[in-house]
Ligand binder design. Structure first.
Ligand SMILES: Cc1cc2nc3c(=O)[nH]c(=O)nc-3n(C[C@H](O)[C@H](O)[C@H](O)COP(=O)(O)O)c2cc1C
Length: 155
């Protein structure tokens, strides 16, 4: 199974850490939506969208990317990290996916080190996240998802 995950991870690279753990599980390409190359999402069996939570939802750059490039009917999944309150998380992209007839395979979220605004004064929250357990949970999430799709989870 060939997977691509389109992501935005800027605050502390928390989401990227999770994605790198997932990418160890198989044939997974990671695309930073802000350093966009020419993308051909049609070539993949499965498409992930991932981001930190910014203002109670995934970053607009990822939502806009999905709106521009998500092909009809492709299976999708979502990954996000958040300091303490994920809000509506990936709901906007889920709506886009639903409009395009894309089956939603699942979503994975965990906490991520957050020094935004006043949290900086107290040294941040969710300091040690994503931790080893978060990364293990993320790998399990992806393994189960690959099995659901009938693809090889591992190499
Ligand atoms: C501008 C900004 C807004 C944020 N808004 C939220 C929020 O609404 N809820 C939350 O739980 N965390 C929020 N955070 C914390 C991030 O979601 C968290 O640190 C996340 O792991 C960052 O992911 P990244 O390092 O991959 O970018 C915010 C952080 C920043 C910088």
């Amino acid at each position: 199974m060939k997977t691509v995950i389109c992501y935005y991870s800027r605050h502390h690279g928390n989401t990227l850490k999770v994605l790198e753990a997932i990418a160890q599980q198989g044939d997974v390409d990671l695309i930073d939506v802000n350093t966009r190359q020419s993308v051909r999402l049609e070539e993949y069996d499965c498409i992930g969208f991932a981001s930190g939570i910014y203002g109670f939802e995934v970053h607009k750059a990822v939502v806009n990317f999905a709106r521009q490039y998500l092909p009809q009917g492709k299976p999708v999944f979502f990954v996000y990290t958040y300091g303490g309150a994920k809000g509506s998380a990936a709901k906007s992209i889920m709506n886009i996916a639903a409009e395009r007839g894309c089956p939603i395979l699942g979503q994975f979220g965990c906490r991520g080190y957050d020094t935004f605004g006043p949290f900086k004064i107290i040294g941040g929250i969710a300091k040690d996240h994503p931790n080893a357990r978060d990364l293990e949970n993320a790998k399990n999430f992806y393994r189960e998802l690959s099995e659901k799709l009938g693809g090889a989870g591992g190499r």
